[in-house]
Design a protein around this ligand. Structure first.
Ligand code: OFO
Length: 169
């Protein structure tokens, strides 16, 4: 049975992962409006990943005999001024998520829940990857500047990203 404080912290993080999914879905819609199909694809994969992150915790909490409590998901932003601004937003958001996973880990450590600590290690590694992926696209967008041709080349590149269901934990 999972400790109540840790259960609450997991429920909060499930909500944050679902918010991430929602935010990226909104970004996907923004790229649809720009007709940048490669960026749309990149965001689609991102949305699927966030759903998998939320479900990983959802399943884990159930497995540990905890009570999953879904909360309201706030409305995400709907407009950005450019692809660059979107990716700046994603990086800031992922850095925030990393700090939240660290806080969740603090609660797992505080409650001496070694199983949860081991489970959460996967999320910490995943955050390193997430920040790196986003940082790479962001760096390319900064190089591109106002060059429309180069933006379309990046769009082609982002069209190749595929979703691989993660094995969590
Ligand atoms: Fe769930 O990693 Fe992004 O937010």
């Amino acid at each position: 049975m999972i400790n109540e404080k840790l259960e609450k912290a997991f429920n909060y993080q499930i909500n944050r992962e679902l918010y991430s999914e929602y935010l990226y879905l909104s970004m996907q819609a923004y790229f649809e409006r720009l007709n940048l199909k490669g960026f749309v694809n990149w965001m689609t994969v991102q949305v699927q990943e966030e759903h998998a992150h939320a479900m990983g915790m959802f399943d884990y909490l159930n497995q540990r005999g905890g009570k999953v409590e879904l909360d309201a998901i706030e409305k995400p932003e709907i407009d950005w001024s450019s692809p660059l601004e979107v990716f700046e937003h994603i990086l800031t958001h992922e850095e925030l998520v990393t700090s939240l996973i660290n806080k969740l880990m603090d609660v797992a450590e505080e409650t001496k829940d070694r199983a949860a600590i081991s489970f959460l290690n996967w999320y910490l590694k995943e955050q390193v990857e997430e920040e790196d992926n986003v940082g790479n696209v962001l760096a390319t967008l900064r190089l591109i500047g106002d060059d429309k041709k180069a933006l379309l080349m990046l769009d082609k590149d982002l069209a190749t990203r595929t979703f691989v269901a993660p094995v969590i934990g």
